[in-house]
Design a protein. Structure first.
Length: 211
């Protein structure tokens, strides 16, 4: 089955993330007495401007990402300061798998036909191998990068800013830009002092930090 776009769901975020970050940061300067209601916003923005980013590591977020391809997850897992739990092709039977079609292929009817036929033939090959008793761990060798691969992803706020800086750049691949844009929109609501400086262009799915 074809999937039109990925879905990003926030599973968990550090409770009171911005106050926690402020307390960690103020411990460095022994200025805990300056904490007050709302003081975290200016403090965090000031720390980010000055390059004091280590305090952002005390808060983290966990997302479930569905409807994205194996090609996307291969890029995401390159960010090593994070934790991942990914759909296993060794244990999950991929008969009737979901797949993603790039917009550049969808916009060309002949290219889309070629792509869909390839997916159908691949699925037939996978099914035939499984019916012959080939184990999933070996039958998966015929599976394409277009295959949907669900993943749960956890990273601290500092690493998430690093990921956004790299993956919301215009030079990044379109699919990971789309997923990162969804994560950024969620985190701008959850931790606006940490992520509010990014201005997202929803048409190109690009953003740059502004602080």
């Amino acid at each position: 089955m074809e999937i039109a776009q990925p879905t990003v769901t926030l599973l968990a975020v550090t409770p009171g993330a911005e106050k926690l970050i402020e307390e960690a940061g103020r411990t460095c300067y022994l200025s805990l007495d300056r904490m007050s209601e709302g003081s975290e916003a200016g403090f965090i923005r000031s720390c980010i401007r000055r390059g004091h980013h280590s305090i952002l590591e005390h808060a983290s977020a966990t997302f479930r990402i569905t409807g994205a391809s194996r090609a996307f997850t291969h890029q995401l897992v390159r960010h090593r300061l994070a934790s991942y739990s990914q759909q296993s092709q060794r244990y999950v039977d991929e008969t009737g798998f979901n797949y993603i079609i790039p917009a550049s292929i969808m916009s060309d009817p002949e290219a889309a036909r070629i792509f869909r036929e390839s997916m159908e033939k691949t699925e037939e090959a996978y099914r035939a191998l499984r019916e012959r008793g080939i184990r999933k761990e070996d039958a998966r060798f015929v599976l394409p990068n277009a295959l949907e691969s669900q993943i749960v992803f956890t990273a601290n706020f500092r690493e998430l800013r690093t990921i956004f800086n790299l993956r919301l750049d215009p030079s990044a691949q379109w699919e990971i830009r789309r997923v990162c844009a969804e994560m950024l929109l969620i985190l701008q609501k959850e931790a606006p002092s940490v992520f509010g400086d990014y201005v997202l262009d929803t048409e190109t799915m690009t953003a740059r930090p502004g602080i």
